[in-house]
Write a protein that binds this ligand. Structure first.
Ligand SMILES: [Ca+2]
Ligand SMILES: [Ca+2]
Ligand SMILES: [Ca+2]
Length: 137
């Protein structure tokens, strides 16, 4: 059965939604395949990143590609937020994305960007989908 590899590569942080006096933002996120979390950071253990920084992820999963079901699809989704405390008005949420890939778009093979902007937080999630060649076994 043909397989697909989904690789979450990195998140570009264009604006971390924390200005003076806080240098870096506290970024937390969840990246999922068909609603199953693949890689995440919790809000109580965020990654400190300033504007212009990059969060390296390099996490991948290989899944069976449904062969004959015309209604089959793979959903890639996720969201990114930035932690603040109550004094600064609560967390900033860039929002989420949801991409549907199916036979009609070639199963999304190639690179994908999801730009998320909200509450002053501005990020791009990068992922890639590739085909694992059938070994013929
Ligand atoms: Ca900052
Ligand atoms: Ca903030
Ligand atoms: Ca913060």
């Amino acid at each position: 059965m043909p397989q697909l590899t989904v690789s979450f590569s990195h998140i570009d942080v264009h604006d971390d939604a924390d200005n003076w006096p806080n240098g870096t933002g506290e970024i937390y996120y969840d990246l999922l395949i068909s609603n199953q979390s693949i890689v995440s950071r919790p809000s109580n253990n965020p990654q400190n990143v300033d504007s212009g920084g990059v969060i390296l992820i390099n996490e991948q999963r290989t899944l069976n590609r449904p062969n004959n079901d015309p209604n089959a699809f793979v959903k890639i989704n996720g969201w990114v937020s930035e932690a603040d405390d109550f004094l600064s008005g609560g967390d900033d949420r860039a929002g989420g994305f949801e991409h549907i890939h199916n036979a009609g778009n070639g199963w999304g093979v190639g690179t994908h960007d999801a730009r998320l902007r909200g509450d002053g937080l501005d990020v791009t999630v990068h992922y890639n989908i590739s085909v694992v060649q059938d070994s013929g076994l």
